[in-house]
Design a protein around this ligand. Structure first.
Ligand code: HPA
Length: 253
């Protein structure tokens, strides 16, 4: 079986430490890699084993808001493909727009709305990697979502589903922007994942994406958003997410 890829978002790097036969490569040692700057991002590629399954982890990611190009933001996904990865689990931290979602929830992303104003596939297309106009009708595998939902249920983890709105950042949204996002059908908001999912689909990878809700989105509560609180909330769900990843990975094929 091909190796499976895992992308770990803000404060979620601990999953990589649980792998057997671990081998770490700092991103800086991979040709052309942008140095990550976001706080809480470890910045290394880790290969290892989960039981018999080969796992390639991207621990820490580059974001558009850091000033990187689409190619740079998605270099890690291209690197996974070079290593034979044909299916990938992406994790992220997200704000909840849907009032049914709460900080500490793990949510399966069912679809996205790209509001980043950019697409990582602009420019010349490399036909060897994928088509000029890739299909995005099932960018997030329905089969993988069902497997994750069932696995979660068996473990007592209630996994809801939501559409993820990807915004450029780095400022958090205004309350008016969140009301707009709710009207257009988004339940989650964040500043990552969308470019990676586009590039993964470009190369025909199957995608599962799990958001950790770290906060209610702007304007839903009478309080301001503070990045440290987002990191702290991510840390609180870390153990649950690691348990879930360990249980789900062997079932994705
Ligand atoms: N908005 C955008 N990105 C985020 C949020 C948010 O509320 N929380 C975590 N990442």
């Amino acid at each position: 079986m091909n190796p499976i890829g895992v992308v770990l978002g803000s404060g979620l790097g601990a999953f990589a430490d649980t792998l057997g036969n671990r081998f770490e490569t700092p991103y800086a040692d991979i040709a052309g890699w942008p140095a990550t700057t976001a706080v809480g991002h470890a910045g290394k590629l880790v290969t290892g084993l989960l039981g018999e399954i080969e796992v390639v982890v991207l621990s820490g990611r580059a974001h558009y808001y850091e000033g990187y190009t689409g190619a740079e933001v998605t270099l890690g996904i291209r690197e996974l493909a070079k290593r034979g990865v044909d299916r990938v689990i992406l994790t992220n931290a997200a704000g909840a727009i849907d009032p049914e979602l709460h900080p500490g929830d793990l949510v399966l992303i069912s679809d996205h709305i790209n509001l980043m104003g950019q697409n990582p596939l602009t420019g010349r297309n490399d036909e060897a990697l994928g088509p000029r106009f890739p299909d995005m009708t099932e960018a997030y595998s329905a089969q993988y979502r069902e497997i994750a939902r069932q696995t979660g249920a068996e473990m007592g983890i209630d996994l809801k589903e939501a559409v993820y709105a990807g915004l450029l950042g780095p400022s958090y949204e205004t309350p008016a922007e969140i009301r707009f996002l709710r009207i257009i059908g988004a339940g989650l908001v964040g500043m990552s994942t969308v470019p990676e999912v586009i590039v993964a689909n470009h190369m025909g990878m199957k995608v599962l994406a799990i958001a950790c809700v770290t906060n209610m989105a702007s304007g839903l509560l009478p309080q301001k958003l503070v990045h440290q609180e987002v990191l702290d909330a991510g840390a609180r769900v870390r153990d649950t997410l690691i348990r879930l990843l360990n249980a789900v990975i062997p079932k994705l094929n």
